[in-house]
Ligand binder design. Structure first.
Ligand SMILES: [Cu+2]
Length: 294
């Protein structure tokens, strides 16, 4: 029986390592390949930490298996051996405290760049974002205006999205902190330009939610009372899942929306279509058809 337990405890780590080895090929780690350049760097960090923890796991499990097997051999009734008591090893304890401390310090320093690029406002790719707004979307802006293209407000249980509208000449306006009469609104349907860094302002209307774009590896809490800027860059022109990653109430599961990354022209056309729908009052058309009738 003792050999059964030895094999039993040795079996699980071997199975775990085998599963880890085949997991990337079956896509068990991630929902898909990272769909943003920063997401790729986050994946690289994930794999770096996975390698360190795998080495640690294999080392400790091998040590455990060694102890089990030698212990099982010693309890053989044919071997006459007294129990041996250990009071610990000062040297070993120093080693297994200092080595993990250095490993954690290494991870903390190694990931600083990615964290800074993702979350520190001064490190945001402001130049590229203002180029997009000014040169491609022809936004009439001053340098004090927000670089955000949309305000996303989480609430139980949906994502409310506010875009800036157009001025009388058809130029895109900057996004203002407070709602404007020209603003455009949608629910659960976020459209933004592709292959360029874009920024949103994230808010919550009630409880804490979490803005989650799994394919882009973007996850940020929406906190009541705060306006949190979040930037990301979609690599390909397609629709991505937008989910809530914070258990925010009974309808948490319903906060499934889409993020559509599209060309600059398609994005502007989308906003113009929103404007047509939102400001359509039927009067102009009625007047036109009345004129036709006459
Ligand atoms: Cu939520």
């Amino acid at each position: 029986m003792k050999w059964f337990w030895c094999l039993f405890f040795a079996f699980w780590p071997i199975l775990a390592i085998a599963v880890c080895a085949v997991a990337p090929a079956y896509g068990w780690w991630f929902p898909s390949a990272a769909a943003s350049p920063l997401g790729q760097r986050i994946d690289d960090l994930f794999y770096m930490i996975l390698i360190i923890t795998t080495i640690t796991f294999v080392g400790t499990q091998a040590g455990l298996a060694y102890v089990l097997f030698t212990g099982a051999r010693r309890t053989d009734p044919d071997v006459d051996q007294k129990a041996w008591f250990s009071h610990g090893s000062h040297q070993l304890e120093v080693i297994w405290s200092v080595v993990p401390a250095f490993v954690l310090l290494f991870i903390a320093l190694y990931q600083l760049d990615v964290w800074a690029d993702y979350r520190v406002k001064d490190m945001f790719p402001r130049e590229k974002m203002s180029q997009l707004l000014e040169d491609k979307l022809h936004q009439k802006r001053t340098k004090h205006d927000s670089l955000a293209l949309a305000e996303v407000t989480a609430r139980q249980f949906e994502w409310r999205i506010r875009y800036p509208g157009f001025d009388e000449d058809g130029n895109l306006l900057p996004l203002m902190p407070d709602p404007q009469p020209t603003d455009l609104y949608t629910v659960n349907d976020l459209h933004l330009p592709v292959r360029v860094p874009v920024m949103i302002n994230l808010k919550s209307q009630d409880v804490q939610h979490s803005f989650f774009l799994p394919e882009l590896r973007v996850k940020q809490d929406a906190v009541p009372g705060l306006v949190i800027p979040v930037w990301f860059e979609a690599k390909s022109q397609q629709s991505y899942a937008l989910l809530c990653a914070e258990l925010c109430g009974w309808g948490h599961y319903k906060m499934k929306a889409q993020f559509v990354a599209e060309s600059d022209e398609a994005f502007l056309e989308y906003l113009r279509e929103l404007q047509r729908q939102q400001f359509f009052d039927g009067v102009a058309e009625a007047a036109e058809s009345a004129e036709d009738d006459e």
